[in-house]
Design a protein around this ligand. Sequence first.
Ligand SMILES: C[S@@+](CC[C@H](N)C(=O)[O-])C[C@H]1O[C@@H](n2cnc3c(N)ncnc32)[C@H](O)[C@@H]1O
Length: 265
Amino acid sequence: MGYLQQTLALLRKDRCQSEAVPEWAENNRDAWLIAMPDDFMIQREAMIAALRLRLATMTDRLDEAAIHRAMTAMATVAREQFVCPLVDDLAYLPGPVDIGQDQIMSHPELVAVLAAAADPCGGAVLDVGTGSGYQAAVLSCMASTVTSIEIIAPLARLAAARLARGGYDTVSVLAGDAATTPFAAESFDAIVVAAGAAEVPCELMAALKPGGRLVMPIGATHDQEMLVLVRKHKDGSVSQTRLRPARFVPLTGAGARKIGTEPAL
Ligand SMILES: C[S@@+](CC[C@H](N)C(=O)[O-])C[C@H]1O[C@@H](n2cnc3c(N)ncnc32)[C@H](O)[C@@H]1O
């Protein structure tokens, strides 16, 4: 048993059973963790219930049925299996989880918004920034295939092994820079980018099918990032919907933000 598990077991033993579970909220993390039972499935149900309430405030920007599909997908994926077992108790907290290599598994709310905005409806998905592999697993429950690409090779290897162990057979993981990988033109129905840049790399726009959806954090600086849904219409035109402010880790490699670049909004 790791140090975190031991500490939690002691704190949970001492807690008062009759106390109400505090709200699943960023400023209540410790109290929520101590109040919850060890059972990850119960923690996941509590997280999904809280996420449903949060995403219900976005129905002017996200389709309600798409939110439901994203929630159903997240309810089936064991988030704890995508972090190091020593800290898996942190998996259902409202926040990102450290996955090493200076990277994180995204906040569950951002995973939910990305999945609902991309809403692949059984199509082919490109997931940029595999990280832990969690977002790819969630998307695989909504898509026919997921191609997930990660620029940090050890993370790509670890995520590929986790996804294979979890039976996510429709996900393939590549190691490389998404902005320079020659994906076939117009081959993805949806593209999800979990790293921020000043603009959408043109290679990714070229890989999106007409009628497809791309969701990505865009901003001249990290502090100005806005999660944007880009739709490529069948007549060749492109439209954008600003979903919400968000701060992601930066896109690195050829598509990385250059100082002084203006956002392409
Ligand atoms: C917020 S983390 C991703 C979280 C991930 N989706 C998950 O569920 O754990 C962003 C990831 O994008 C990766 N990344 C950054 N720039 C990239 C690029 N040009 N191509 C591919 N991956 C990139 C980072 O190395 C990092 O692992």
